[in-house]
Design a protein around this ligand. Structure first.
Ligand SMILES: Nc1nc2c(ncn2[C@@H]2O[C@H](COP(=O)(O)OP(=O)(O)OP(=O)(O)O)[C@@H](O)[C@H]2O)c(=O)[nH]1
Ligand SMILES: [Mg+2]
Length: 305
């Protein structure tokens, strides 16, 4: 498979700006996608920010309404037990749900109580807590900010790479929030990583080979949720076939095309349309709440197509 990488100039520039802004912040919220919490974290970002700054941070697993709730709970335990430097809170959120966002708000206040107490004890005015929100593209940074503020203050889109510059926003008297552009790794190491980020929408669609990415989605779901395709498309699996390779996932894509009646003239399955349909429905949660990574189960991911 061709390498999928996407690291436009604005990301390199933003990484530098993030390093310069960290000293002005009290707290950092790192967003990652609850469906793929490992692959949707950028280790370079954390390293760059933690090099010389000891800011308390929260790891927020976003889009939890799209992820498998059992796996999300396990991921929260997993990260909580990791003793990650400066990490004081791990939570999951559906940023479109007010009750859940209020829980995040309460946790931010609890994590920063020492700042409020210090100001009070010195008889000073309580200043807003300054929070940097960072993470890879399309993990819902701007959406979370709008929900914390309670109105649409920063641009949100289902495409990645929408926020292009750092932007401070005020949320009442309690918080000042720094919206930041999503920053990916300059090079994605493994095919699995590339595929998962392609599926989730973190990589710009223009650089995605849709059919390969959809085959990757099939490959993952067949292993983690063996019943999914039986239930969704009434596909029958044979016991003796190996479903952990690209060829079978390609054949399954063809079968799905027939089941969805996406056929070109001459009776040929329209794989491009089928792949796009599958990915769109997965991203919108219409296929179901399927996570792409489990904390306690690894999957076979053949390296080439
Ligand atoms: N279902 C669901 N969708 C969400 C959630 N959070 C964000 N989204 C959607 O995800 C898409 C991306 O959201 P943004 O807030 O623009 O993401 P971002 O991290 O700011 O992206 P960049 O600025 O490109 O880095 C939008 O279509 C949002 O509506 C969530 O918790 N649940
Ligand atoms: Mg944004």
């Amino acid at each position: 498979m061709a390498k999928i990488n996407w690291f436009p100039g604005h990301m390199a520039k933003s990484l530098k700006e993030l390093k310069n802004s960290i000293s002005a912040c009290d707290y950092v919220i790192e967003t990652c996608d609850a469906r793929l919490p490992l692959s949707s974290r950028n280790p370079r970002l954390n390293k760059a920010l933690q090099n010389n700054q000891n800011k308390k941070s929260m790891l927020l697993l976003t889009k939890s309404d799209l992820a498998d709730p059992i796996q999300t709970a396990k991921w929260i335990d997993f990260f909580s037990q990791q003793n990650i430097q400066n990490l004081v809170s791990v939570m999951a959120v559906n940023s479109l749900n007010r009750t859940e966002v209020n829980k995040v708000k309460a946790r931010i206040l609890a994590d920063n109580q020492h700042i409020i107490d210090r100001a009070k004890s010195r008889g000073r005015r309580i200043k807003p807590i300054r929070i940097m929100i960072n993470g890879i593209p399309n993990t819902g940074k701007s959406t979370l900010i709008n929900s914390l503020i309670g109105k649409r203050s920063t641009q949100v889109s289902n495409r990645p790479g929408v926020t292009r510059s750092l932007n401070w926003l005020r949320a009442g008297t309690e918080f000042e929030l720094l919206d930041t552009p999503g920053i990916l790794m300059p090079k994605l190491e493994t095919v699995a990583e590339q595929i998962k980020l392609g599926i989730s929408g973190a990589i710009k669609d223009d650089v995605l080979p849709f059919i390969e990415v959809a085959c990757g989605l099939i490959l993952i779901l067949v292993q983690l949720y063996p019943q999914a395709f039986v239930e969704l498309y009434k596909i029958e699996f044979s016991d003796d076939a190996d479903y952990k390779n690209w060829l079978t996932s390609y054949e399954l894509l063809e079968e799905i095309a027939f089941k969805l009646n996406l056929i070109k003239t001459g009776g040929v399955p329209d794989l491009d349309r089928t792949a796009r349909r599958l990915l769109t429905e997965y991203r919108q949660g219409k296929l179901g709440r399927f996570s792409l990574e489990f904390s306690d189960q690894t999957i076979t991911f053949p390296s080439s197509l």
